[in-house]
Write a protein that binds this ligand. Structure first.
Ligand code: ADP
Length: 261
């Protein structure tokens, strides 16, 4: 049941009661579950023929079925590129439907965010260097552990840092910061990139939503990364927000409770 409450006031402004509206959302939840199961089933079914196609393309590209002309090699290269985009999308969709059906975060442990941040920042340093983007890490010597799923936490940082690099021009800096705030660890990934306009900002956490502007139109992606990040953060009872100025950059901030409830 979804409930909304509002005070009911008399002429003099004093509260004389409350209005409560209750919505039965059982059918909505059921529809969501069916959608999520369906997506998951389709992805499973599609994954194995796709893997087999990828393998066969590789056999052709490796010349194991005879020499290829340059033109044939070029065409197969393009097919292989598209296939790997599709493979990424299928595995992201599977991740998302697992998250939505609550099948994650059951393997929680005391996760050391310090180490994850260090590892992820050094892992992505090379991607950054290709665009002369420096990734700066600012964090205290030690952080209290977060009760979380290790792989999920790595995914959150990876997605945010990858986006910061992807959607920034050359010769800029990405700053990753961790601090402790009350009962939360606060993580932020700040870039000096293209930024996101106010209308798009409301929708970037939606599945498949991608900004269609001049700077970012040609950048490859599925529009699923931020939906996954948001699902993970919420499954850990945390929150995520974004602030952005087109032309100057964006900051994604994640709050994670130190001890999950
Ligand atoms: P993808 O990157 O695969 O398109 P995401 O869900 O990660 O999917 O991001 C959704 C959209 O939000 C992106 O297509 C991009 O337009 C925008 N976006 C995400 N991160 C940033 C960022 N750091 N700076 C500017 N735009 C961003």
């Amino acid at each position: 049941v979804r409930a909304k409450c509002a005070p009911f006031r008399g002429r003099d402004g004093s509260t004389i009661g409350t209005i409560t509206v209750l919505n039965d959302i059982t059918a909505l939840k059921e529809f969501d579950r069916i959608r999520s199961d369906f997506v998951s089933m389709v992805c499973h079914e599609v994954r194995s023929p796709m893997n087999s196609m990828m393998m066969q393309i590789k056999v052709l590209l490796d010349g194991l079925a005879g020499e290829l002309t340059d033109k044939q090699r070029e065409i197969l290269g393009r097919v292989s590129e598209k296939m790997s985009g599709l493979t990424t999308m299928v595995s992201e969709l599977l991740d998302l439907s697992r998250l939505e059906s609550g099948l994650i975060a059951n393997e929680k442990s005391a996760v050391k965010m310090n180490e994850i941040l260090r590892e992820q920042v050094s892992f992505h340093a090379e991607n950054g260097r290709r665009k002369n983007i420096t990734i700066e890490l600012r964090q205290p010597e030690s952080l209290p552990p977060v009760l979380a799923n290790q792989r999920n936490m790595e995914e959150v940082i990876t997605n945010l840092v990858t986006n910061a690099i992807k959607y920034s021009p050359e010769n800029t800096t990405v700053t990753v910061t961790a601090t402790v705030e009350n009962e939360y660890v606060r993580l932020s990934v700040q870039d000096q990139g293209y930024g996101i306009g106010a209308d798009d900002l409301k929708r970037i956490f939606d599945r498949f939503y991608r900004v269609n502007d001049q700077n970012t139109r040609t950048i490859v992606g599925t529009g699923l990364g931020l939906a996954i990040v948001k699902s993970i953060v919420e499954a850990h009872h945390g929150s995520i927000k974004v602030s952005s100025t087109p032309g100057s950059g964006s900051t994604f901030t994640v709050l994670l409770p130190l001890v999950s409830i």
